[in-house]
Design a protein around this ligand. Structure first.
Ligand code: FES
Ligand SMILES: [Fe+2]
Length: 334
């Protein structure tokens, strides 16, 4: 299992998912309840009543407080208990953890670690998700696998040729060597693959209207542990223009051991008014994501069934994934 890195920001939800209904998510094994105050501020508390551990997510939101659905302990937005049944004295220890949140770029980021160390300026940005001039389709799929398998999957796009052939993969993806760069200080792994003359897969031919061969650049930036950006640039072969820019965003959030939330988004700065292109990309990319989900569920089952001591074999295409694993191990060991 890939170790969990605490003292980090993770995407717990899209901003639009958090509202006046209590919502449960588990991050790094910690059960969390989310809601919005009447003023619209997002709140995250430990999802476990201090009394008998009833899930607060199965309780009632009354004004800005959560009233436990079992015996009525009532918590404010800081997690402090402000009322208990049958007595006026509230025990001093009656509180649940409140988590620091940052809402930015359409994501709700949560700090898992000591709240005193939460530095809001350290949240990595994905500005294209809400910037004017860009249109985004998005979703979230939970996967029953070690989150490291999703990191591996995204860092090595050679799998597009095989797992996503006929969708986003063409022979050139697997054939073209990558360059890998690690910025240890910033905590970023970069992987690039530049194809000068490649077949145009349906994902791009149907969204851009290009019907010939293309120049295709894939530049990945992985801000460990959570945010993954794939800067995709397409133009007709041998031409600089028109240049079609697509930003593919993933937030990789470990749930429990063996479970990961796969937040995915595809943003484009072309055909932004074209609803058909938007609908096509939403459906088509969901299909592609589900191909990965199926593969990773299968892969995890294979790993769970194998005898101890199995040695895997790595080649050049794995350089990015291996660098990411080293970075995650370093973050977890801190
Ligand atoms: S378990 Fe919440 S009030 Fe008893
Ligand atoms: Fe994939």
């Amino acid at each position: 299992m890939t170790p969990f890195a605490r003292e980090q920001w993770y995407v717990i939800a899209y901003a639009h998912e958090v509202g006046r209904e209590l919502m449960a998510r588990t991050v790094l094994g910690e059960p969390i309840v989310l809601y919005r105050t009447e003023d619209g501020k997002a709140v995250a508390l430990a999802d476990r009543c201090v009394h008998r551990r009833y899930p607060l997510s199965e309780s009632a939101l009354v004004g800005d407080t959560v009233v436990c659905g079992y015996h009525g302990f009532t918590y404010d937005t800081k997690g402090t208990c402000v009322a208990v049944p049958g007595q006026s004295r509230i025990p001093r220890t009656a509180r649940v953890a409140a988590y620091p949140l940052v809402e930015i770029d359409g994501f709700v980021w949560i700090w898992i670690g000591d709240p005193a160390r939460a530095d809001e300026t350290a949240v990595p940005r994905a500005e294209h998700l809400t910037a004017p001039g860009w249109v985004t389709v998005k979703g979230m799929e939970p996967i029953a696998c070690d989150y490291g398998l999703l990191v591996d999957n995204l860092m090595d796009l050679s799998h597009e040729t095989y797992l996503h052939g006929g969708y986003i993969g063409t022979p050139e993806v697997a054939e073209t060597p990558i360059t890998t760069e690690v910025d240890a200080e910033a905590g970023v792994v970069r992987v690039s693959r530049h194809m000068a003359d490649a077949e145009c897969p349906p994902f791009y031919s149907r969204s851009t209207g290009i019907d010939g061969r293309i120049r295709r650049h894939q530049d990945i930036e992985y801000f460990a542990p959570c945010l993954y950006l794939l800067h995709s640039r397409i133009s007709p072969v041998g031409q600089d223009a028109p240049l079609f820019r697509t930003e593919i965003t993933y937030a990789i959030t470990p749930g429990k051991p063996g479970e990961v939330y796969d937040f995915w988004a595809v943003s484009r700065d072309f055909a932004v008014e074209d609803a058909e292109v938007t609908e096509f990309l939403a459906k088509f990319n969901h299909t592609v994501v589900m191909q990965d989900v199926t593969a990773l569920n299968l892969l995890q089952r294979a790993l769970d069934a194998e005898p101890a001591g199995y040695q895997e074999l790595s080649i050049n295409i794995d350089a990015g994934g291996l660098a990411a694993r080293r970075m995650l191990a370093g973050l977890a060991a801190r």
